[in-house]
Design a protein around this ligand. Structure first.
Ligand code: DQA
Length: 142
């Protein structure tokens, strides 16, 4: 099984950005724990991060027939991007949406998610563990 983990804008700045919300662990440490977890579970994982909406659309398109599951934290594009939703609908790959923070208990605009329309599950507010849980849920579904 092959899983693509996508992180959107500003998630490369984990460990620097708003530590009170996202914690002090870095993006590199997130990727390390995702890779260790995938290895433990016997699945292949590719991690991708971009600050550009179109590049994320392209990454999703390229996953067509190549990946069996997607974990996506679209960052702020969660709340704005129909293009990401449409790309996920194109490729029809089972998807879990992840947010490090609890988007439902923050500003009103963070409660809106276009990606949620396609994802079979949304995990929010569980920190980095949310990504690991998302991988488990994709394995269960496969
Ligand atoms: C986020 C929540 C978004 O609202 C925000 O724009 C992010 C990160 C999260 O992981 O909690 O960049 O997706």
């Amino acid at each position: 099984m092959k899983i693509l983990v996508i992180n959107g804008p500003n998630l490369n700045m984990l460990g620097v950005r708003e530590k009170n919300i996202y914690g002090d662990k870095t993006y590199a440490s997130l990727i390390k724990s995702i890779k260790m977890h995938a290895k433990d579970k016997g699945v292949k994982v590719k991690c991708y991060q971009s600050n550009c909406e179109g590049e994320i659309v392209t990454a999703i398109q390229k996953a067509y027939k190549k990946f069996d599951g997607i974990v996506i934290n679209p960052g702020a594009y969660t709340h704005t991007s129909i293009a990401l939703l449409d790309a996920l609908k194109c490729v029809q790959i089972p998807t879990v949406e992840v947010h490090i923070s609890n988007v439902n208990e923050r500003e009103e605009f963070r409660k809106i998610s276009f990606v949620r329309e396609y994802a079979f599950l949304t995990i929010a507010g569980k920190g980095f563990d949310g990504y690991l849980e998302a991988i488990d849920k994709l394995i269960e579904k496969n």
